[in-house]
Design a protein around this ligand. Sequence first.
Ligand code: SF4
Ligand code: SF4
Length: 164
Amino acid sequence: MKLIEAWKLQVDAQNPKHKVLIRKLKSKKRKEIAALADQLHQVVFEEIDCLDCANCCKTIPPILNDTDCRRLSKALGMKEKDFFSKYVRIDEDGDQVMAQTPCPFLLANNHCLVYESRPRACRQYPHTDGNQFAENLNLHAANSKHCPAVFHILQRIDKQITSP
Ligand code: SF4
Ligand code: SF4
């Protein structure tokens, strides 16, 4: 919980610094960034339990591809067209996304009602493990406003780059 509280207090002030950091990272070798971020991903997620947070599920409607919609309607025992009209909207970029935030499948204890069948976007968020961090550099400054883990990974990368 300590890291989540620290994120709430610092996120707005640190965001401009994170944008500068991302610009710096873009000039570095992808392999080098991936190795650094992957190690910090493991460390930060040992200190943050997503069940204490669920802020992504509360604030970001996940993209739902056709496979996600098929899998979810099957898991819920619904016809795909009924699932679509109840849970899907088209956003301003033309993507199919969950129609409501917080997500209708988020339970009061922060568990996901459809965890085994959750959308691909939910499985991949916050794009910080393996090569994902290096492949999604453009997302992290904005995601750090929603996700304490991204925030702390960026803070620690910044510290390592500034004083290695
Ligand atoms: S916002 Fe980040 S830390 Fe919070 S639940 Fe989502 S992935 Fe986990
Ligand atoms: S489907 Fe599950 S993991 Fe995805 S946003 Fe909804 S509650 Fe969160």
